[in-house]
Design a protein around this ligand. Structure first.
Ligand SMILES: Cc1cc2nc3c(=O)[nH]c(=O)nc-3n(C[C@H](O)[C@H](O)[C@H](O)COP(=O)(O)OP(=O)(O)OC[C@H]3O[C@@H](n4cnc5c(N)ncnc54)[C@H](O)[C@@H]3O)c2cc1C
Ligand code: SF4
Length: 322
């Protein structure tokens, strides 16, 4: 498979990167390239211009409460200062070799995936394409047929669930300035648009609340091969204890829909009448009901939903005796 030609731009600071972005008609950011470049080789919506973030030092910060977009995922795994839930989640992503190139920003902005889309050009031609990469044919979606307005490709990045569970804030920058929002509000329920980034905007960093180290949590993931596969379902849970009781509980899912799910409202409702194992089981079932995967990844949707309940129970297992 040959890489389609593109012009690579290599700005050396944030301001240069944003100026370049405002001057180009259409381009992709590239950070580690572990997702973008395989997609380009498969001719999945390649662009003629690509802007590398490798030289933008402003994106490299890593502290207890700040994670820069260019921080490598393996650096999270090896960090002694980052929250253990982020460390644990990062360690489940791909393989060590991929994680040494892969970045946090690239993981958050990962393209959505679908059985009918993540295929070679020849394979996709044989099914007359699909809406997400239709080669100007107006092809329909293969998952929700007879329509070419909505793509339901699945968001399969792991870190988003952990960031939502830890109540993180995501920070963006563009030529018009910087803005920030709660992490779960970054995503858009559309497998093509994916998120709220405007033309020329990028993710710069993520911040965690000042009390992040008072939170405890866990991440559970279903995947085909434990060695490196994408999540078919993922559940992150994080909680805070006060006087031996759970004072706050946040749950997030990934790998099941076009966006990660924030189930913290359900979790906080469950806390009102918390009763140990019984509540863990009931909340896990409520999460299963709230998530609706479609048939476009390796495992069937019914199995992924059932496993969501199991994963949620495992992620919350320390709360069974409280
Ligand atoms: C074999 C294999 C296994 C994998 N397994 C997993 C897995 O288990 N879990 C998982 O989550 N992922 C997995 N991945 C996907 C991927 O490698 C990672 O998600 C990785 O973190 C992507 O980061 P990157 O820096 O390489 O992104 P890139 O490939 O450089 O970019 C990915 C996307 O994000 C955009 N982007 C990058 N940085 C920014 C930014 N700062 N602002 C705005 N947009 C940006 C790019 O334009 C592109 O659309 C796997 C990949 C492979 C090849
Ligand atoms: S969900 Fe539909 S439009 Fe989106 S990638 Fe899959 S087949 Fe294509």
């Amino acid at each position: 498979m040959r890489m389609p030609p593109f012009t690579l731009h290599t700005p050396s600071n944030l301001s240069q990167a944003l100026t370049l972005a405002s001057e180009l008609d259409d381009f992709d950011w590239i950070s580690g390239g572990t997702d973008l470049l395989p997609n380009y080789k498969w001719k999945l919506n390649p662009k003629s211009d690509v802007i590398s973030l490798a030289g933008v030092q402003e994106l490299n910060t890593l502290s207890t409460t700040i994670v820069g977009a260019m921080v490598r995922i393996q650096d999270l795994v090896e960090s002694e200062i980052i929250h253990p839930l982020l460390r644990e989640t990062a360690a489940t992503i791909a393989s060590v070799m991929i994680r040494r190139s892969a970045t946090v920003g690239g993981n958050i902005c990962l393209d959505t995936r679908c059985y009918w889309y993540n295929q070679t050009e020849e394979w996709r031609r044989s099914i007359d394409w699909c809406h997400k990469c239709d080669c100007d044919t107006n092809a329909d979606c293969r998952v929700v047929p007879n329509q070419n307005t909505l793509c339901v490709a699945t968001y399969q990045a792991d870190l988003a669930a952990a960031f939502i569970a830890l109540n993180a804030t995501i920070h963006l920058a563009g030529a018009a300035g910087a803005r920030a929002m709660p992490f779960s509000e970054f995503f858009k329920l559309d497998g093509m648009t994916r998120n709220v980034l405007e033309k020329g905007e990028m993710v710069t960093h993520i911040t965690l609340p000042d009390d992040v180290n008072e939170w405890v949590g866990g991440y559970q993931k279903l995947r085909l091969r434990e060695t490196w596969d994408f999540p078919e379902a993922g559940v992150a849970a994080a909680w805070k204890l006060k006087g031996g009781r759970i004072s706050e509980l946040r749950i997030a899912t990934t790998g099941c829909e076009s966006i990660p799910g924030d189930h913290s409202k359900l979790a906080m409702e469950a806390l009102l009448e918390w009763n140990g194992k019984e509540s863990v089981v009931a909340l896990s079932e409520a999460i299963r009901k709230a998530v609706k995967p479609v048939s476009n990844t390796y495992f069937p949707p019914s199995y992924r939903r059932k496993m969501l309940r199991v994963l949620a129970r495992r992620a919350m297992s320390p709360l069974q005796d409280l």
